[in-house]
Design a protein around this ligand. Structure first.
Ligand SMILES: *Cc1c(COP(=O)(O)O)cnc(C)c1O
Length: 363
């Protein structure tokens, strides 16, 4: 018998969530973000589940090559551009799109590309820093770098882009100031534009422009802090599942797990589930983190171990060895678990490890 822990990935839910992007931003092309192994869901399976996407965005050449080797012919964008000169021939032969965000990258392209510019229909995505202060040219010298590169690569089409820092809060005023700066700096340039991540796709139609860049919403998590996935008709894609491998009858005062953090307040049944931080379940999940056992909601108790966690069975009927456990998924939104752990669904989904097999479900 093999270990019962697995991540079921419902591919039709990815397609459904992509359709929600289409409905929210009907006039925009979609650059589906599938970096970090499609937020833990499997990069090739995710790409194949989105035939209606106009392109795929990844973080590095290695991720792009996995897609090309799997036969994906669509546009692929490197979100951080190239890290060194030696990547440029690969970018050309694989016909990738490239973010350019530093003077050093402009120089590399200037030196290494011939006058025809990028291969095929690949585009350069020039990134403007409108206030996130991570990647991008500052407003005062964006135009100079853009003009330099555009003159050099006169057969290459450009996309002008920026990224929002606070779009997950619908009421934060900073998004408007980033949008204003972007419009101000780029208004005279007649090329395609791209600003919106998932949060802005749902909350800020005025930022949709030519290309939207959804990530987390494709995987069925809400990008907006105080709004649920259900409110936005997003479907969970990953169900992280395991089983009870022991059911213990403990006495009032017995302590559970490392450090004895949980003390039984009464005689009670406690279940042991075959999943832990060695699988990517967050070690900092505290007592009280929701969990579903045999279809009923209950709570995690005590400290998360490497391979196991303990659960409170006081309210669970018919729990026995072999009972199904959902850590998050259709019944229990990953956003709720993330909230209890003081993190975001992005991190929980990405960190599910190799020990957990991904089981792809077609419908
Ligand atoms: C990761 C990323 C996105 C997607 O963000 P979500 O919040 O997951 O929608 C969009 N644009 C850029 C530049 C990114 O790095």
């Amino acid at each position: 018998m093999s270990r019962p822990s697995k991540a079921k990935i419902r591919l039709s839910a990815i397609a459904h969530n992509l359709d929600q992007v289409h409905q929210a931003a009907p006039g925009s092309k979609i650059m589906a973000v599938i970096k970090a192994d499609a937020y833990g869901h499997g990069i090739v399976a995710a790409a194949n589940a989105m035939p209606d996407a106009d392109g795929f965005a990844v973080a590095c050449l290695e991720e792009a090559m996995i897609l090309r080797e799997a036969g994906i012919k669509k546009k692929i964008l490197l979100l951080e551009g190239v890290f060194s000169a030696k990547e440029i021939p690969m970018v050309q032969s694989a016909q990738l799109d490239l973010v350019v965000h530093t003077p050093e990258q402009v120089e590399l392209l200037d030196k290494l590309l011939d006058i025809r510019g990028l291969a095929g229909n690949s585009q350069v995505w020039m990134k403007l820093d409108t206030g996130m202060h991570r990647l991008g040219f500052p407003a005062h010298d964006f135009s100079e770098h853009y003009r330099q590169l555009q003159t050099r690569l006169n057969n290459t089409d450009f996309v002008l882009m920026t990224h929002f820092a606070n779009a997950d809060d619908r009421h934060d005023k900073f998004t408007q100031s980033q949008l204003n700066l972007f419009n101000q700096v780029t208004q005279d340039f007649a090329c395609e534009k791209s600003l919106a991540n998932s949060a802005a796709i749902l909350a800020r139609p005025d930022t949709h422009a030519d290309w939207v860049r959804p990530g987390i919403m494709l995987y069925g998590s809400s990008p907006l802090l105080t709004e649920s996935a259900e409110q936005h008709k997003l479907l969970a894609v990953m169900s992280l599942e395991s089983e009870l491998i022991a059911v213990r009858s403990l006495k009032k005062g017995d302590r559970v797990g490392y450090g004895g953090l949980f003390e039984c307040p009464q005689d009670m049944q406690v279940g042991v589930v075959a999943i832990g931080y060695g699988d990517g379940y967050p070690r900092h999940a505290p007592t009280g983190t929701p969990i579903v056992v045999a279809g009923q909601r209950t709570q995690l108790i005590g400290r998360v171990s490497m391979d196991m966690i303990s659960v409170d069975l006081r309210t669970v009927k018919n729990a026995q060895v072999g009972s199904k456990v959902e850590l998050w998924g259709d019944v229990l939104p990953v956003d709720e678990v993330a909230h209890h752990c003081g993190t975001i669904a992005y991190e929980l989904l990405c960190q599910i490890g190799k020990r957990i097999p991904r089981i792809y479900i077609e419908n």
